[in-house]
Design a protein around this ligand. Structure first.
Ligand SMILES: C[S@@+](CC[C@H](N)C(=O)[O-])C[C@H]1O[C@@H](n2cnc3c(N)ncnc32)[C@H](O)[C@@H]1O
Length: 296
């Protein structure tokens, strides 16, 4: 697939952002990694890449996320494209968490920027990041080790993780849904519902769909193949259709949104929340070690 070189990004924004980035340092880091060995460490040989993923040059990078360049340039660029401040935006998701989760799954975790913040916010929790790109997972692991954080990384599909039913009390996805076709997004939300225990929360951070509909050109700018379809839809409605209740979206600095939903408790169970559960694990004796390896 040919990579376009005539976009607003290529002509105007890329040169501006490049001027803020120490390209030499980035190149040195990139060259210091044996990418084949490192990506093999994270690769699940049984995994088949979905066509919607493997066929697209996300952000104009040939091969999309299945490319070491995507992994090394992601963080340096992302810090400039999440106004007003990347950390504040990600913190918006963390601040929307109502309970004290014990097992957290971060879908489409990428280089783990939100995953690391989840572990920092809930140090007692077992945290797993899932992504389709072994290169992005390597970066997540590299950052976690550097920060001294114990996080597990799994090469897998957000829509079919292979984890057992009701094995998490918080499932998150940041900046994933604008990168998946709406049909897949809806499958991912069904997977979130299946994975959560009753009373568990799902939290989705992404572009503000209402705003994106008003500024059509933004969807062109970043060379995102599915962003227009994402903007036309509604995460609230998709969450409701997946079975979540108390669904609510909150706008963050006009351009972002955090959507929260809760998996309902069975009608005959007394109302409780992860916040009210103290002491031992919510599912007694069901540590992460006990969760069977996902089957792809
Ligand atoms: C824009 S990045 C977001 C990364 C990270 N969550 C963040 O907030 O910076 C999207 C990530 O989703 C991953 N991805 C896309 N579709 C996926 C899917 N179906 N299952 C798992 N990961 C997926 C990509 O490989 C990429 O790392």
């Amino acid at each position: 697939m040919a990579v376009r070189k005539d976009t607003i990004w290529d002509r105007f924004l890329s040169p501006i952002i490049r001027s803020f980035i120490d390209e030499e340092e980035l190149r040195q880091f990139h060259d210091s990694i044996d990418w084949e060995t490192e990506s093999d460490r994270f690769s699940n040989p049984q995994l088949n890449y979905p066509h919607y993923y493997a066929s697209q040059n996300f952000h104009g990078i040939e091969g999309g996320y299945l490319n070491a360049n995507a992994a090394t340039t992601y963080d340096p660029i992302t810090q400039y494209v999440l106004p007003p401040n990347e950390t504040w935006v990600r913190q918006g998701l963390i601040d929307s968490i109502k309970g004290t989760p014990r097992r957290i799954l971060d879908l489409g975790c990428g280089t783990g920027s939100t995953t690391l913040m989840l572990k920092q916010a809930f140090p007692q929790a077992e945290v797993i990041g899932v992504d389709l790109s072994p290169y992005m997972l390597f970066m997540g692991d590299y950052k976690a080790k550097k920060a001294g954080l114990d996080i597990q990384w799994l090469h897998g599909k957000a829509e079919e993780t292979g984890f057992p039913d009701a094995s998490f009390d918080l499932v998150t996805a940041s900046l994933l849904f604008h990168e998946t076709p709406p049909k897949v997004t809806q499958l991912i939300l069904h997977e979130c519902f299946r994975l959560l225990m009753p009373g568990g929360e799902v939290l989705i951070l992404d572009g503000n769909q209402k705003t994106l509909r008003q500024v059509d050109w933004l969807t062109e700018l970043f060379e995102e193949p599915y962003m227009k379809d994402f903007a036309a839809g509604s995460v609230d409605a998709w969450m409701g259709a997946a079975g979540f209740e108390a669904v609510q979206s909150e706008e963050l600095w006009w351009v972002h949104q955090v959507t929260r939903g809760m998996k309902p408790l069975p009608a005959d169970e007394p109302t409780t929340s992860t916040e009210e559960v103290s002491g031992s694990s919510i599912i007694e004796g069901f540590g992460l070690e006990g969760i069977p390896a996902p089957a792809f």
